[in-house]
Design a binder for this molecule. Structure first.
Ligand SMILES: Nc1ncnc2c1ncn2[C@@H]1O[C@H](COP(=O)(O)OP(=O)(O)OP(=O)(O)O)[C@@H](O)[C@H]1O
Length: 635
């Protein structure tokens, strides 16, 4: 039997980028666009050649009129005309293709770079952005940026060239007629520039409004069961419709300004056409201007209509694109996780940090602790008082390389924060955390996170099959390893009962499995990673008594192979832990085994009695950011 190929959830199955990522030479939209300048410039040059061919056409027609008036052969002028038409068509077609292609290349590179920066963003900074807004910037704003950088810019150059060339040729034909034309067009152009400026301001507002609508929609949809259970459909619809209305209002303003741009130019052109024909015909009748020249002049005026309108429309479009580019660049500017080791390299490639930390391991032969907290201090601090509050106030304890260490404490004591610091989602504000004797600040993130397995509180399963979820952190896991992990995590019965077994598809956030099953899935996934340290955050809170007993046995087995640190609200899960760290208000109150702690620690006795202590704090941000899980559960 051959094992089905496993792809991580969300892995691309089609349309995989043809080329490997380029070395990052800047991530702003302009810097990325600059990398595609060759194709862009070639496209623009061909467009200019097409425009030049178009500009030659009125001259050729004038020549034809002159030849007809003199009774000469028309074969020459007609041939020139046909050649000019063909050249215009061919250059314009290739120009449109190249500009379209470079636009797609730019937006692809922008999205690729942005995806990488979002995935590597500092979690704290990422958490301050609304997800719906991120999607709007990623999808809609990047499309607008493409239009601005490819179509609008090239149109600006080409129509600018057409206008300049047309004016030069009109000057050559008759200076007075040109001055009259410019007077009329100047007024219209001034009006158009003013409109384009206004358009940019309104376009920025419209992008913001659309982003706000997307964010709120996403917020409600991601918590749809809560919305329904709270009978909040009406309220949500009103609120989201209100935001949609704001987006509509600013969108209408954009349309109004856009709509005024072309007529402003058209009116200018029509007035100048009337003036030129009136004055020109008078001069033709007095004999001071040949009819062929007036015909060519009027044709140029007609030829100017489209480029002039395009020129000002492109300015408008470009202004909208600049607003989008600004928003994309803001997203690309998200602070990134620092992956520069702060000291000398601490671990050989692919190895655990232990070897590099041999000098910190103490007496020869003694294994350094798997994890050590040394006087660790931490505040989520972002300037405001509440977040500056110290969550961890000098935490010190050691986790031996083997065995089960439990962390217990009231809700909000800082237990999850401890784990997040080990994963380096945040940096301690004081003290240090050592992994097998090496300061985690000196470790490459990949080594750190490869060594530490983390089962989160809100067990994070994803859309995809059970198999895809399982092998997410270790795509090359064998069938045997998968089976062992599934059994160890107590998920074997569940998988065996499913008709499609490991190939059962799961919905968003792993829907299709119960909370407890999802949690076991995440535990199995972490086991497959073969970590040296396993962090389990409330990993047993969803398990029933039988499953919990089986899991405790599994824990013992796993903790014989690696260090296991488990946060547990159920004291029953950790009664047989090798050591229990009792945490309260960001400080270690006691460390010991269950028996002695029951005798000497009043806090521990209280926790053992109540299983779950929690206090409600009212500072929850989006998605409950800023609260412990117990606090969130009470909201
Ligand atoms: N992203 C955040 N920004 C600001 N404050 C936060 C953030 N995450 C947590 N906190 C605060 O830090 C404190 C500790 O939270 P933590 O999640 O570590 O507690 P916990 O002991 O794991 O709680 P629980 O048992 O309820 O899960 C809480 O008071 C919480 O309000």
């Amino acid at each position: 039997m051959t094992a089905p190929t496993a792809n991580p959830p969300g892995a691309a199955t089609a349309g995989t980028p043809p080329d490997a990522p380029r070395p990052d030479s800047g991530h702003t939209v302009w810097q990325i666009a600059a990398r595609h300048r060759k194709l862009l410039v070639t496209g623009v040059l061909l467009g200019v050649l097409g425009a030049a061919a178009a500009l030659g056409q009125p001259l050729a027609i004038g020549e034809m009129i002159r030849a007809a008036g003199l009774g000469e052969s028309l074969a020459g002028p007609i041939t020139v005309m046909i050649l000019l038409f063909c050249a215009d068509a061919a250059f314009s077609a290739v120009h449109a293709y190249l500009i379209g292609r470079s636009g797609e290349n730019i937006v692809f590179d922008v999205r690729r770079s942005l995806t990488g920066r979002l995935l590597r963003a500092d979690l704290a900074a990422f958490g301050r952005h609304q997800q719906g807004d991120i999607f709007t910037r990623m999808v809609t704003d990047t499309s607008l940026a493409r239009v601005a950088l490819a179509q609008s810019l090239s149109q600006l150059v080409i129509s600018g060239f057409m206008v300049a060339g047309g004016i030069a040729l009109m000057l050559w034909i008759d200076v007075w007629l040109l001055l009259l034309t410019l007077l009329c067009l100047g007024l219209a152009s001034g009006m158009s520039v003013w409109l384009a400026r206004r358009l940019r301001i309104v376009a920025v507002q419209n992008r913001e409004d659309t982003g706000a609508f997307g964010s709120d929609l996403q917020r409600a949809l991601s918590a749809l069961p809560t919305v329904k259970a709270s009978r909040a459909e009406e309220r949500e619809q009103r609120r989201i419709s209100g935001l949609a209305w704001q987006a509509r209002r600013s969108g209408v303003k954009v349309s109004a300004l856009n709509a005024m741009l072309s007529p402003a130019m058209n009116v200018g052109l029509q007035v100048s056409l009337a003036v030129v024909i009136g004055v020109g015909m008078t001069r033709v009748t007095t004999g001071s201007l040949p009819l062929a020249d007036l015909t060519a002049f009027v044709m140029y005026l007609f030829y100017l209509v489209s480029p002039l309108v395009m020129f000002f429309l492109s300015i408008g479009q470009f202004q909208q694109g600049r607003a989008a580019i600004q928003r994309v660049d803001e997203l690309a500017g998200l602070p990134q996780e620092e992956d520069e080791p702060a000291g000398p390299p601490a671990a050989p490639a692919g190895g655990t940090p232990a070897a590099a930390a041999a000098d910190t391991a103490g007496p020869a032969g003694e294994e350094p602790p798997a994890v050590e907290f040394r006087d660790v201090r931490f505040a989520y601090g972002a300037g405001d008082d509440e977040r500056d509050r110290e969550i961890l106030a000098g935490v010190s304890f050691r986790v031996p390389a083997r065995g089960l260490t439990a962390i217990v404490g009231p809700s909000g004591a800082g237990k999850t924060t401890l784990f997040q610091l080990v994963e380096r989602f945040h940096r301690p504000t004081g003290g240090s955390i050592l992994l097998s004797g090496a300061d985690i600040a000196t470790l490459p993130l990949d080594t750190l996170r490869g060594t530490v397995g983390y089962v989160q509180q809100d067990s994070a399963a994803m859309r995809g099959t059970i198999r895809e979820n399982l092998v997410y952190a270790n795509p090359s896991a064998t069938e045997e390893e998968i089976r062992e992990a599934v059994e160890t995590a107590g998920l074997a019965d569940v998988v065996d009962r499913l008709p499609q077994g490991l190939e059962t598809p799961l919905g968003e956030q792993g829907s299709g499995l119960s909370g407890g099953q999802r949690q076991r899935l995440c535990i199995a996934r972490t086991l497959l990673q073969k970590p040296a340290v396993m962090l389990l955050d409330e990993a047993t809170s969803h398990l029933d008594s039988d499953a919990e007993l089986a899991f405790r046995r599994a824990l013992r087995r796993i903790s014989g192979r690696c260090a296991v640190v488990a946060i547990a609200h159920r004291i029953s899960t950790v009664v047989d832990a090798d050591r229990i760290v009792v945490l309260e208000d960001g400080q270690v109150r006691d460390i010991g085994a269950h028996g002695p702690l029951m005798e000497r620690s009043e806090l521990y006795r209280r926790l053992a009695g109540s299983q779950l202590n929690a206090g409600v704090r009212a500072d929850a941000g989006p998605d409950g950011v800023g609260t412990g899980a117990g606090q969130r559960a009470l909201v």
